[in-house]
Design a binder for this molecule. Structure first.
Ligand code: AMP
Ligand code: MG
Length: 276
């Protein structure tokens, strides 16, 4: 099967304009939707193993332009996962307290503990994206953040955090359609802000900032995945597929850990019964 997402190989060049946001790997929509249902069910099972084994955490980073579908992707892909073992953090404009610390301070506090799935809707990457586009700190400051981010993510992977990073790639045209669509329904307009149209004027600067972030911060252990996202059904399917196939790689290890934990519990129970 052709890959569904485009993995950014470490030290490679990224040219977003060369990746078609309508790419669909020649997959039939009905088939992808049927497969998606199965994948979300499997994700629920895998989450239980991750939780029970308690040896790893999963951190999912979702980035993309306004209307790229960050909220929708999180809602759909993790729809079957137990809320007991997962959570979402949406990173907003930093508070005064957050700004008084280093940029990773607020992020590190929200990383998932062992057994947990933590989903970042926006993330520490905002500190090399919006911050760069709007000159919120001098270049010398944001430029060194690529290395700081790599070191940070390295320390997370060293303590058994599985990191998946998705960039939802939409076209400027589809962004316009989606912004206009939000204006058509008053119950959807709460999502709108005049700022979205203003940000849109910085599209090219954002693309350049994304390209460099993806190039600088894609490691073997924590690679970026570029997700063609003009079509929602494809975007959801591609992200679910990547999450599930990644976790599948740990399934045997988690099952064996659970088997050992189960044996220990049964022995304890046996000893307890023999005493009474
Ligand atoms: P939304 O995701 O639509 O709720 O918007 C959140 C806003 O917070 C976006 O405009 C982000 O660019 C902004 N934001 C998130 N993190 C940062 C940051 N570190 N510095 C400045 N703005 C940020
Ligand atoms: Mg927004």
């Amino acid at each position: 099967m052709a890959p569904l997402t485009f993995k950014v190989a470490p030290d490679s060049k990224v040219q977003l304009a060369k990746i078609d946001p309508r790419y669909d790997a020649d997959i039939d929509r009905a088939k992808a939707e049927a497969e998606f249902v199965k994948l979300t069910a499997e994700l629920d099972e895998l989450q239980e193993l991750l939780f029970g084994a308690g040896t790893h955490s999963l951190l999912v980073v979702v980035q993309g332009m306004d209307t790229s579908g960050k909220d929708g992707t999180v809602r759909k892909v993790f729809s079957q996962v137990s809320p007991l073992g997962s959570y979402v953090v949406s990173f907003k404009v930093p508070t005064e307290d957050e700004l008084a610390h280093d940029f990773l301070w607020r992020v590190h506090q929200k990383t998932p503990a062992k057994g947990m799935i933590g989903i970042f809707n926006r993330s520490h990457y905002e500190d090399v994206l919006v911050v760069r586009v709007h000159d919120l700190v001098p270049e010398a400051v944001w430029r060194q953040r690529y290395r700081l981010i790599n070191d940070f993510e390295h320390s997370l992977t060293q303590s058994n955090t599985i990191i998946l990073k998705f960039y939802l790639h939409i076209s400027k045209q589809v962004q316009e359609e989606r912004l206009l669509a939000r204006e058509q329904e008053v119950t959807k307009a709460w999502k709108l802000s005049a700022g979205d149209w203003r940000e849109r004027e910085y599209w090219d600067a954002y693309m350049a900032a994304y390209e460099e972030a993806l190039e600088q911060c894609s490691s073997e252990a924590a690679p970026w995945q570029i997700v063609p996202a003009d079509r929602k059904w494809y975007r959801n399917y591609a992200v679910a597929h990547k999450v599930v196939t990644t976790l599948r790689g740990y399934k045997d290890e988690w099952l064996s850990k659970l088997g050992k934990l189960g044996e220990e519990r049964l022995l304890e129970l046996k000893a307890f019964r023999e005493k009474v």
